[in-house]
Design a protein around this ligand. Structure first.
Ligand SMILES: *[C@@H]1O[C@H](CO)[C@@H](O)[C@H](O)[C@H]1NC(C)=O
Ligand SMILES: *[C@@H]1O[C@H](CO)[C@@H](O)[C@H](O)[C@H]1NC(C)=O
Ligand SMILES: *[C@@H]1O[C@H](CO)[C@@H](O)[C@H](O)[C@H]1NC(C)=O
Ligand SMILES: *[C@@H]1O[C@H](CO)[C@@H](O)[C@H](O)[C@H]1NC(C)=O
Ligand SMILES: *[C@@H]1O[C@H](CO)[C@@H](O)[C@H](O)[C@H]1NC(C)=O
Length: 515
């Protein structure tokens, strides 16, 4: 049987005479790649050595691309830094970079490899796309020479960009995106002068592209959905998991649901650096995901998606602002979640209704546990403020979480196993934003597909008892407008302390993207 995908690409090649009807669904693939890292070095390797290393990674990506195509995938996403690895300085990464032209040049590197100089990586990616008749999304490095005629030109005479490229099923370069929100320590790369809104159209919907840390910010991520109306986000990442709210599968699936788009996320696989967690997420529920801290292997995932997923509208404050505080007068306490100070109340009974507030945000919870264990404590927390460690971003968060130990002082610390299932939960908050990402994370860092929903009045509501014990149920809100608002001075001391901590023990809480 000829895969329908091949029929479609056949149809593409006679596009001029036959109008391709749009497709309602398509199969997407992601490959979580255990990247082969270069050996540590203090001096740059030769371009030949760099290419040898990149070809070893491309050999592995080739296997995944062929396998995905055979199984009917139309498009495959591979991770950020998946071809040359991580831990570079500006000089050390230079031999790995290629000049990547603007896709407007209309170029199939596989057919015309020398048109823009020496570009063996682009040629190989293009041939993989063409030979397998599949869209290939990859992350490589772009270099652009500059000189004194440009006052912003770096002293070494070139811009270097963390870059996503997309080749269509005929091998043509159709998208190039330079990462906007570089992560702390990603000093091998430059920030593009202007945010790039990169989209492309296909018979199976409109696609937008961005990278890793970008997902925490408004531009280009939110603008691609709100102003450019993309249906599916393609997301290469090198994401270090941070519990309770920023593990890869948890946050990326929540973004898909909160924004009402498909989100196709491919992470590096490097358990030592806590990098794992890839998936194919639709707005209603995750279609497939992978989280594996135990093996060193890569993993290919495939799933069908709707080309034009339905985007429901939610008023995130409607329900919460319509009700009175539930069961006021509980004993509140403070706890720290990833450097932010939350107000918590303990969930004392097997069932109950609670409210907790911080600044402008009040969070309401109704819940019923399957049992009230004496060896586990859960708490409801609220946070409204500017997060300043490893990036500045204003958050409003309502969260139910399992405390690390039965001591309430531990609430907010990272924990990845639990024993308490919930029969039901309903969480809502008086959010000052329409950008709220609903997270449900179960024991051993697993998602809960089809087990919960978001109602139009802004409640995160269980649909059935949880299939596993609960780590956290969270509404993660972003107030993008307030990111630039400067901190009051008392926080400066706290900030210096954080910076100090970061310098001393970086491995404990690096979050994301090729430190
Ligand atoms: C790193 O060095 C070792 C020993 O010289 C060698 O066997 C290995 O192939 C090198 N790895 C890479 C990625 O170059
Ligand atoms: C990162 O690179 C530096 C300098 O090349 C090296 O000393 C260090 O061992 C590398 N770290 C890792 C984790 O590879
Ligand atoms: C400086 O760069 C510009 C474009 O970036 C180029 O047109 C010009 O020829 C360069 N000048 C020199 C002296 O290299
Ligand atoms: C959301 O609901 C609140 C409370 O019912 C209402 O005041 C507000 O206008 C609504 N927001 C939007 C955008 O409809
Ligand atoms: C929580 O509130 C619901 C309705 O708002 C009520 O039916 C239930 O009895 C309350 N539970 C407790 C333990 O107060």
């Amino acid at each position: 049987m000829i895969p329908s995908r091949l029929l479609v690409s056949a149809a593409f090649s006679v596009f001029c005479v036959i109008k391709v009807s749009s497709l309602d669904t398509f199969i997407a693939a992601v490959y979580e790649h255990a990247v082969i890292l270069p050996n540590a070095t203090l001096t740059p390797v030769s371009p030949e050595e760099a290419l040898t290393l990149m070809n070893r990674n491309l050999d592995l990506l080739e296997g995944a691309i062929e396998s995905a195509a055979k199984q009917g995938a139309y498009i495959i996403v591979t991770p950020e830094d998946g071809i040359y690895g991580i831990n570079f300085t500006r000089e050390l990464i230079y031999p790995y970079l290629e000049d990547i032209p603007d896709p407007q040049v209309n170029w199939i590197p596989c057919d015309n490899p020398n048109r823009f100089g020496h570009t063996p990586v682009q040629e190989r990616l293009s041939c993989l796309a063409k030979d397998n008749a599949i869209y290939v999304v990859a992350n490589i490095g772009d270099k652009k020479p500059c000189n004194a005629s440009d006052p912003q030109c770096p002293p070494d005479g070139r811009y270097q960009y963390n870059t996503n490229v997309v080749f269509d099923s005929q091998g043509k370069l159709v998208a190039r995106y330079h990462k906007q929100n570089l992560f702390m320590g990603e000093e091998q790369f430059d920030t593009p002068r202007e945010v790039e809104m990169v989209t492309f159209d296909t018979a199976f919907g409109k696609f937008g592209v961005f990278t890793c840390f970008d997902v925490l910010f408004h531009d280009p991520a939110v603008a691609l959905v709100k102003d450019f109306h993309v249906n599916t986000i393609l997301f290469p990442t090198a994401w270090m998991n941070v519990l309770p709210h920023l593990s890869a599968i948890e946050f990326h699936s929540a973004w898909a649901m909160g924004m009402g788009v498909n989100f196709v996320a491919s992470n590096l696989h490097n358990p030592l650096r806590r990098m794992t967690g890839s998936g194919i997420y639709a707005p209603d529920f995750p279609r497939t995901f992978h989280y594996d801290m135990k093996t060193q292997e890569g993993k290919l995932l495939l799933s069908q998606l709707d080309s034009h997923p339905y985007r429901p509208t939610v008023n995130w404050t409607s329900y919460a602002s319509s009700i009175e505080a539930l069961w006021a007068g509980n004993q509140e306490f403070k706890g720290t979640v990833f450097f932010d100070e939350y107000i918590f109340v303990e969930l004392k009974g097997i069932t109950g209704n609670y409210t907790v507030c911080q600044k402008d945000l009040c969070c309401h919870l109704s819940y019923q546990m399957s049992e009230k264990r004496s060896d586990e404590v859960y708490a409801l927390g609220a946070f409204d403020g500017l997060h300043t460690a490893e990036g500045r971003y204003h958050l409003q968060i309502c969260t139910v979480l399992k405390c690390k130990t039965p001591d309430v002082q531990s609430c907010g610390g990272s924990v990845d196993t639990a024993a308490t299932r919930f029969e039901m939960f309903s969480l809502s908050g008086t959010f000052g934003t329409q950008y709220v990402f609903p997270e449900v994370l179960l024991s051993e860092v697993q998602l809960a597909p089809r087990e919960f929903q978001v109602t139009s009045d802004g409640r995160l509501l269980s649909l059935q008892p949880t299939s596993r014990p609960v780590l956290t149920v969270t509404l993660f809100g972003r107030l993008y407008d307030k990111d630039g608002v400067s901190n009051a001075s008392p926080n400066l001391a706290a900030h210096s302390l954080r910076v100090l901590l970061i310098l001393i023990i970086p491995v404990v809480y690096l979050l994301c993207c090729s430190a």
